[in-house]
Ligand binder design. Structure first.
Ligand SMILES: [Zn+2]
Ligand SMILES: [Zn+2]
Ligand SMILES: [Zn+2]
Length: 333
């Protein structure tokens, strides 16, 4: 399974408009955070979770050429306001885009994007949205998806657990925008290879986990690895990662995580801060000593290994101290 962090920032994004704090003015690209979203790929299936205001830029950046479905966690602006841009996929794929969400989320989508549901000429001007209300586990192509309801302050957010439809393979869950994982959900999130969990900042917040709360919850859920997302400008990437327990780290924009098995999508490249990076530079492979990642390791000699020391060693760019040549990494492994 291949995960691409399209965005790892809170609703303001980082840098925040007009802010001159150390994180907002940092030259570390891992401190530049677009609005939270993730791309999930397994075999031929491509899913995006949330389409925030930067969806178009994120899709271009990550070279998302086709898309099987959009999954929405909830209808806050930072998670839905880019939905109109699925128009490009409507054209290239000649059809409406399946959009999954809770009844509450889809009601808000109908309200905010009312023009899309009005009678009238389609032209290129209206997104074609095939709204699919989530009523329980569902399947998109090669992926089984289990929805879980979590608390988001006074509201509710949908988290998603992904696993291969044909059984086996890695299990991954995405749980953003939450400050409460009910007991039943903690149980349903057992046995994960990777958990992505909300962690907004250093202090308590009415609708998001703080770092300390997120670490505590991640400890209870006990995935093999946990990456945090939806961070504010109050968290510096490197300093925060250094303070986290083993197996936990902050995610960062454009981070690619490979979980088990060969992945089909072709190599991609991206532009970060005006510099071009190839796929190899921003790939993170979560190594698995138990062996279920053996295929990926064999198939991909350029692997970047996480030794499990608490930071996912990943690669963001040539300025990052952690970046070593693929050969060097391979030798170290
Ligand atoms: Zn949010
Ligand atoms: Zn700032
Ligand atoms: Zn929210």
């Amino acid at each position: 399974m291949r995960l691409t962090f399209l965005g790892t920032g809170t609703s303001h994004g980082v840098p925040m408009i007009g802010c001159r704090c150390a994180v907002c003015t940092s030259s570390d690209p891992r401190n530049h955070r677009r609005r939270a979203s993730i791309l999930v790929e397994w075999r031929e299936t491509v899913i995006v979770v949330d389409t925030g205001p930067e969806f178009r830029l994120q899709a271009i950046d990550a070279r998302v050429d086709r898309l099987d479905a959009v999954l929405l966690t909830h209808a806050h602006s930072d998670h839905v306001m880019g939905l109109d841009d699925v128009r490009a996929f409507n054209i290239s794929q000649s059809g409406a885009m399946p959009v999954y969400g809770s009844d509450e989320t889809l009601a808000e989508v109908r309200h905010r994007f009312a023009y899309a549901f009005r009678e009238g000429p389609l032209g290129g001007g209206k997104p074609q949205l095939d709204l699919r209300e989530i009523a329980g586990p569902f399947t998109v192509g090669d992926l089984d998806v289990v929805p879980l309801e979590l608390r988001h302050g006074p509201g509710v957010v949908t988290a998603f657990r992904f696993s291969p439809h044909d059984g086996g393979g890695p299990a991954f869950a995405y749980a953003t925008d939450t400050n409460g994982v009910p007991e039943a959900a903690v149980e349903a999130l057992g046995g994960l290879d990777l958990l992505v969990l909300d962690a907004l900042g250093p202090g308590p917040h009415p609708t998001h986990y703080s770092i300390a709360e997120a670490v505590a919850m991640a400890g209870r859920i006990s995935a093999r690895r946990t990456l945090f997302t939806h961070m504010s400008h109050a968290l510096d990437h490197e300093a925060t990662c250094a303070s986290l327990p083993p197996g936990m780290a902050l995610a960062f924009d454009r981070q690619v995580v490979l979980l088990g098995g060969r992945v089909h999508p072709p190599q991609r490249s991206a532009s970060v801060g005006g510099l071009e990076y190839s796929d190899n530079d921003w790939r993170t492979l979560l190594d698995d000593e138990a062996g279920d990642l053996a295929n990926a390791a064999t198939d991909d000699p350029r692997r970047v290994i996480d030794h499990g020391g608490g930071q996912v060693e990943g690669a963001v760019g040539r300025t990052a101290a952690s970046l070593r040549s693929p050969d060097e990494l391979h030798r170290r492994a």
